[in-house]
Structure formats: C-alpha cells, structure tokens
Design a binder for this molecule. Structure first.
Ligand code: F6P
Length: 304
C-alpha cells in the first residue's frame, strides 16, 4: 500500500495537484484526520509493509448518514477527488460515494485477498503468498522430521485464492477452500493409505473462510489415529517487506490513478490485467470469481 501511496503522491505532485492523505481510511475521514502530503512525506516508504496512512474499519461510514457526512467533509476541505486504496468493503463505499453523491472517486485494489474484478492481482496478495510459503517451508521441516500431519490456515476472507496459490507453491497435499465441497473421508483415506506406503508428512492448507484449522486437525486425528497439528498463520501474512512484484504493480497503479483524474474519469477501479493497466467501473470491481480454482485444486491432488 505504501508503494501505491507513493505513486499517487509523486505522480500527483508532478501533475500539479495538491495532495492530502486521509489517516485511518473512512474512519479517519469522518474525524477529519486529513494531512498534507509532499514529496518528502513518501520518501523511503516503498519498501515498507503496512501503510503510513494507517487503516481502520468504520461502521459509521457504512451507514447512509456516514457517507453523507464523509462527502460534506471532503467538500469542506476542498478535496476534488478521492483515491481509495482498499478491498471489497472500501470499494463498495467508494462506489456509493460516486453513484449516490456524485463524488469523484478512483479505486486501487489494496487487499491480500485477491477478490476484486478487473485486475489479475491485488496489492499485497503476492507478498502474502510468499510469506505463507516461507512459513510452510519451515513447518514442513517439523512435519517431515516428526512424521506428522499439519493443517495450515491462511487468510483470504471468503476467497480461496491465497489458499490454492500457497498449497500449489508449497507442494501441499490438499487444500480446503470456501464454496467447494470437500470430502474429509477421502482425505483421511488418502492419508492412511499414504502412511502405509511410507509417506510420512502431510501439509493441508485451509482457507480461513472454509473451516477452522483446529477442528479439521481434530477430525483427522479421530479418523486416522495420526498425530495432527495445526497452525493459523493469521496476520503475519499482512506485513513484512513487500515483494518486487507488489511494489512495481502498486507504483504503476498509483500513477495510473492520477492519469485518470487528469482525464476527468471517475467512478473507476484501476487494475493490471496481463501486464496492462486496466480500468473498469468501480461498482463492477467489488467481487471476483476465481476462474482457475478447480484446475488448481485438481493439480494439487494430481501432484501429491
Ligand atoms: O480482507 C483482508 C483480510 O486480511 C482478510 O484476509 C481477513 O479475513 C481480514 O482482513 C482480517 O481482518 P482483521 O485484521 O480486521 O481481523
């Protein structure tokens, strides 16, 4: 997210705009936490995880009166357009500002979940997948040495994207994702049969939206009699040094948002599709079907 902020600020200043930053997302906007940003404000942030503007969730903004108040504050501060960097909730809020209040917005996809339309990847997803892979590589050492089954729960909200990418990249034996029927008996049969043939470690990745790691671990122990451990990776996936791919994409997206503002194009979400900047209506960007979900799951099983 910092790379996106930097891209917006530096490209915006070059375009002759004054740039303000809104602290803590919509929650901070409603408290008028607005600060001027200059060239130096974004020095040396491209390599840092998190966001210098901080972030928060806001129940108040989700209400119609909250949005009305937000627009009044933006106008009071002479802010002509708002660039929102966030996930589906932030996008839905921004879409309403545009559709119901005619307030000019641009959305940039900032979420590890990769669940927004109009972009191959969202900012942070690549870093989160790499962080999870790094953790699983370490867990595999114990799984292998102690001959255990491990359930690793990854984030991703209702999207199974992180889970399948991580399962494929880690060489996991199975993946459990939201919205896809999972056969626990088949998995336990596979584990027992594999065990008889000398297979000694199993890593099963579960998306947080598909089940709880501790419950799944209990089920496996009960059904197979094998010692099973679970790890919930949680928020470590949301921090750390951003990957090169994330920094580069976020930087391009920040500059692209300024381009759109210069062209007077609003109510849009900017993404990168097949390495090209892609622009769609923000109202159409708030969800995404993961088209290759079944192929990925099939491949994970094929290679086990
Ligand atoms: O939407 C991004 C995300 O990281 C999800 O993957 C996760 O479910 C959620 O946010 C966690 O939110 P919080 O930090 O508020 O618990």
């Amino acid at each position: 997210m910092n790379a996106a902020i930097r891209g917006c600020v530096r490209a915006g200043l070059k375009a002759g705009f004054e740039i303000d930053g809104i602290m803590r997302g919509y929650a901070g906007l409603l408290k008028e936490e607005i600060i001027p940003l200059n060239h130096r404000s974004v020095s040396n942030i491209i390599s840092h995880g998190g966001t210098i503007l901080k972030t928060a969730r806001s129940k108040e903004f989700a209400t119609p009166s909250g949005k009305e108040a937000a627009v009044k504050i933006l106008l009071k501060h002479n802010i002509d357009a708002l660039i929102v960097i966030g996930g589906d909730g932030s996008y839905r809020g921004a879409a309403e500002l545009w559709q119901k209040f005619d307030y000019p917005v641009i959305g940039l996809p900032g979420t590890i979940d990769n669940d927004l339309n109009g972009t191959d990847q969202t900012i942070g997803c690549h870093t989160a997948v790499n962080t999870a892979l790094d953790a699983i590589d370490k867990i595999r050492d114990t799984a292998h040495s102690m001959e255990r089954v491990f359930i690793v729960e990854v984030m991703g909200n209702k999207s199974g994207y992180i889970a399948v990418e991580v399962a494929l990249g880690a060489g996991a034996e199975d993946v459990i994702v939201p919205g896809r029927k999972f056969d626990y008996e088949r998995m336990c049969r596979d584990i027992k049969e594999g065990n008889k043939k000398g297979k000694i470690s199993w890593i099963i990745v579960v998306a947080e939206g598909a089940g709880h790691a501790h419950e799944i671990a209990n089920t496996i122990t009960t059904m197979t009699g094998l010692e099973t451990r679970f790890v919930v990776l949680g928020h470590i996936q949301r921090g750390g040094t951003p990957t090169g791919q994330d920094r580069i994409m976020a930087t391009r997206l920040g500059a692209a948002a300024i381009d759109l503002i210069q062209q007077g194009m609003f109510g849009k979400a900017v993404g990168v599709l097949q390495d090209e900047i892609n622009v769609i209506d923000i109202k159409d960007a708030t969800h995404k079907e993961f088209r290759h979900l079944d192929d990925f799951c099939h491949l994970i099983k094929l290679l086990t």
